[in-house]
Design a protein around this ligand. Structure first.
Ligand code: RAM
Length: 895
């Protein structure tokens, strides 16, 4: 038996609850000790009970033996799935020799409430306090009795606002649920199995409600964007052992009160008065006779959709690395890492004493917290002691971006054990690892990952500290590929695409931010923020780039199908709003935050118009829409020709003459052969004239090193990667950065801090170089023809001062690894790992190439591999799954 089937997933998740996808996709991973292990057939059984599955009865679906190598994205093809259905499944596969595997372990999924009519619950809330700006967080609860043994209990819950759910005193679920969506259009429903928490007799269910994005402060758009106060919706479905069913639902029989949280706002922090705690409020037997009756909202017109986003969680606890007592008697802690989340504090003191935790990313020259860049955000949490011994406090509905914490008003001596930092973000599982023999390059990679951890919170936000934290689409698209190497963002971006769709304008324009938080609908961009347009080049294009990225990385064709029409509308919108295929110079962000290099808007916008069109043509091809494929390919060529006519002269000079105009023209394929060579020379001249430095902003930076490498200037790419003089990635690292900054000049030796009006020190966009590190430096590239790493192109590109690079990417098939090392004697070693049921083309640079210690002169094939091509500078292999060691002579020749 050569194949083992492991890690079954449904819709990208192991054993998900409450799906609303009627044709869920199934995934499994294969393992084998043999090289070249591949699947030739599978059989899936789906049953309505574990017992039926054990008897090998697929009463929902028996696929039969299907000759196929598909082991990811396999669409369920059985009987219609019903509301609250529970489906067990397993799979057996056959390898290339026709040998069957054992059956896999059993996996399952459940369906949520599929029909709106099944929602009997009412949306409950608490009336606002008069004259209060920020409201206390309401507590809601209900006691109920169960007369019988509980066989199964499931909670379906959501809120307009945020909720923190408790069942019999236990916290259920994660943070910041139900997540950020356009609440006017949809809200996500979470499903929890609470069978183990309920018991025969008295029970209690309750929740604390937060303002969140619904009615708290959203970015710089103010508060109450969607509503005035939070509302909660819950149905608890209980099934007793004797088959009896009952539902506990939010309605006017619940009770509500205010508690210790005086306010809790994402942007303005939290205030908590422990003297007002409601001891035992979430337990049965609590006396809520003094509580109020909630008011019930008439209804909700948006969609209730099954939660797609990965839950937000605390993923790490950080201990401070130092603490200093200030003259004012406060304590300033250094967490050693710019992080996002909050601080938990331990304190003993007198009842009524107030302590404050204040958070900042940087320190002023005098050692005080640098708060200027927060704009109107208040990164402070206040805690009033109840005075009953050791007390612990952490906030509930707010988060901060910080490296430094000032503890104010602390009674007694504080030390390194007084506080810990909690790292909070969307819990997208880590999939990428990357390490080199260069500490600064490693620090850069670490900063990229921390930038992602700090900014992926329900949506990809631009920054975690000031009053912004919005889902900027341009940032998201330029970083999407890097993000998807680092972490499993399949569902995170699937959810974000719905945010983009909800925000798409009737004209077809995709917006700059999603959810658009009302600024376009409420015409804010017309009045207060009149330079915000709904269709910025490189921002709106996220609507095409993100689905394409999910296709490449996860082999996801459904996302392409689902949003195909929306993508067509975007491209048609661009076309309709162009002048002979040249996009006009209208207000936009240009190559945002480029440094001393202004890329003309019309050049940028026309280049991106071409790129979206080109991707659309490829997407049409993937979906078998051959007419559209040819049509949009023709349109792409016409746009490229228009681009050349309008902006490129015979000497390959492109209007604006910035690095970005050359990089985009090269990467998007807008130039013909002769012009391309000239453009490369102009690009490298520009870099050289700037002292081997870059000048690209958000849009150019992601393509800069790829364009250089693809054009045969790997040397320049490495020079830029490790350049330490300003502006460069390493400049910030030299000055202690532990995250990617928003601006190259966020802080400089010559000018100190940039303008506080826009200066985030935790902003992932300029970290899009991570993509180059995986795809080029380590050489792990998805083959678009066999996406999702069914087939990988391994093509490491050693260079610069690096002698070693190791990268691993955990694809849906399993880990793909490429590790190379070159020695001073010019020898080069490349270790490659390919998971079962996947293949790779491996390009080994150098001469005298050996595989497994044997030279290719001796044998042109071996177990799992064969030589495909040999040139004077490389050997190319086709390999199957397994681990391979290649050696060659390389190095000195190219330096
Ligand atoms: C600022 C941020 C954000 C960017 C917009 C255009 O708000 O830098 O990341 O996308 O500008």
């Amino acid at each position: 038996m050569s194949l083992r089937v492991v890690q079954l997933k449904t819709e990208y998740v192991e054993n998900p609850l409450g799906l609303d996808e009627k044709k869920p996709r199934l995934f499994w991973r294969l393992e084998s000790e043999e090289r070249g292990a591949a699947q030739s057939a599978y059989r899936i059984l789906v049953a309505s009970s574990e017992e039926a599955l054990d008897r090998e009865e697929g009463d929902q679906w028996d696929s039969g033996k299907i000759e196929s190598d598909s082991s990811i994205q396999v669409t369920y093809g059985g009987k219609p799935l019903v509301s609250e259905g529970r489906y067990y499944w397993k799979v057996q596969v056959w390898d290339a020799q026709g040998r069957p595997s054992d059956w896999s372990e059993t996996a399952f999924w459940t369906m949520g409430l599929l029909d709106r009519g099944e929602w009997k619950a009412g949306w409950i809330g608490r009336k606002t306090e008069p004259n209060a700006n920020m409201q206390p967080s309401p507590f809601v609860r209900k006691s109920f009795a169960i007369d019988g043994q509980v066989a199964r209990a499931t909670v379906y819950a959501t809120a307009l606002g945020l909720y923190d759910l408790r069942v019999n005193g236990e916290k259920v679920g994660d943070l910041f649920a139900p997540g950020f969506t356009d609440y006017d259009k949809r809200v996500q429903v979470q499903t929890y199995d609470v069978t183990h928490l309920l018991k025969e007799g008295d029970n209690a269910v309750g929740a604390v409600l937060g303002d969140g994005w619904y009615c708290g402060t959203v970015g710089f758009l103010g508060s109450k964007v969607y509503g005035q106060r939070p509302f909660f919706l819950l149905q608890l479905h209980i099934e007793l052992a004797d088959g009896t069913k009952r539902i506990v639902a939010t309605d006017s029989s619940w009770r509500t009160a205010r508690g210790p949280i005086l306010y809790s706002d994402m942007i303005k922090g939290e205030a908590y008065d422990a003297r007002l705690e409601l001891d035992g409020w979430d337990l049965p037997g609590f006396d809520d006779s003094g509580w109020e009756q909630p008011d019930v909202r008439p209804g909700y017109n948006g969609l209730l959709t099954a939660s797609l986003e990965p839950p937000v969680r605390i993923t790490q606890t950080m201990r401070p690395i130092s603490v200093r007592r200030t003259e004012a008697g406060t304590y300033i802690y250094d967490m050693g890492q710019n992080m996002v989340g909050w601080t938990e504090v331990k304190v003993r003191g007198a009842r009524g004493r107030k302590i404050t935790l204040s958070h900042a990313e940087m320190l002023n020259p005098d050692g005080s917290l640098y708060l200027d860049n927060l704009r109107v955000a208040v990164q402070q949490d206040h805690y009033i002691l109840k005075g009953e011994g050791l007390e612990r406090y952490e906030p509930l509905f707010t988060f901060h971006g910080f490296r430094y914490v000032e503890l104010i008003g602390y009674p007694g001596e504080a030390d390194l054990d007084t506080i810990v930092g909690k790292v909070v973000h969307s819990d997208t599982p880590r999939t990428g690892r990357l390490e080199t023999d260069d500490d600064r390059v490693n620090q850069l990679y670490s900063n990229i990952v921390w930038g992602q951890r700090g900014n992926f919170l329900s949506v990809p936000t631009d920054c975690p500290q000031r009053d912004e934290r919005l889902g900027w689409t341009g940032d998201a698209q330029i970083f999407a590929r890097t993000a998807s190497y680092n972490m499993d963002v399949s569902r995170f971006f699937t959810k974000f695409m719905w945010d983009m769709i909800d925000a798409q304008q009737p004209s077809g324009a995709f917006t700059d931010v999603a959810p658009d938080a009302g600024w376009i609908r409420h015409k804010m961009w017309n009045t207060r923020l009149n330079w915000f347009a709904p269709d910025n080049a490189g921002w709106g294009d996220a609507g095409v780039v993100i689905p394409w990225t999910l296709y490449l990385m996860y082999g996801d064709t459904r996302i392409l199908e689902t949003h195909y029409d929306a993508m067509v509308r975007w491209v048609e919108y661009l076309k309709a709003n162009s002048d002979e295929l040249v996009r006009p110079n209208y207000a936009n962000y240009g190559d945002w935050l480029s440094i001393d290099a202004d890329t003309p808007n019309e050049v940028l916008a026309t280049a991106y118009f071409a790129y979206s069109t080109k991707l659309l043509s490829r997407i049409a091809g993937v979906l078998g829409r051959t007419g559209d494929e040819a049509h949009y390919d023709g349109l792409f060529r016409d746009i490229a020709a228009a681009f050349r006519r309008a902006f490129v002269d015979g000497e390959g000079r492109i209007r604006g003459e910035t690095q970005t105009v050359y990089v985009l023209a090269l990467q998007f394929g807008l130039l013909e052969d002769g012009l391309r060579d000239k453009a490369i020379v102009r690009l490298t001249d520009n870099i050289r004239e700037r002292g081997d430095r870059l000048s690209t902003g958000f849009l150019g930076v992601g393509y800069l090193l790829p364009a250089l490498t693809d054009s045969g200037r790997l040397d320049v790419a490495y020079t830029l990667l490790t350049q330490e003089a300003f502006p460069s990635w390493m400049y910030s690292i030299k000055h202690g950065a532990t995250t990617i900054w928003e601006r190259w000049d966020g802080w400089t030796e010559h000018n100190g801090f940039q303008t506080p009006s826009m200066n985030s020190f935790n902003h992932y966009s300029l970290g899009s170089v991570g993509e180059w590190m995986f795809r080029y430096m380590a050489g792990i590239e998805a083959d678009p023809a066999r996406p999702g790493f069914r087939h990988t192109l391994i093509r490491p590109q050693p260079g610069g001062r690096l002698n070693e690079a190791k990268a691993e990417y955990r694809s849906l098939y399993g880990p793909v690894a490429s590790e190379w090392k070159r020695s001073s004697d010019g020898s080069f070693r490349l270790a490659v790992r390919i998971p079962a049921n996947a293949t790779a083309t491996v390009v080994v640079p150098g001469t005298g190439v050996q595989v497994d210690g044997r030279s290719v002169e001796e044998a042109a094939s071996g177990q799992g591999w064969k030589l495909a091509e040999r040139t004077t500078t490389a050997a190319v292999f086709e390999v199957g799954s397994g681990e391979y060691m290649f050696e060659s002579v390389y190095g000195a020749t190219r330096e």
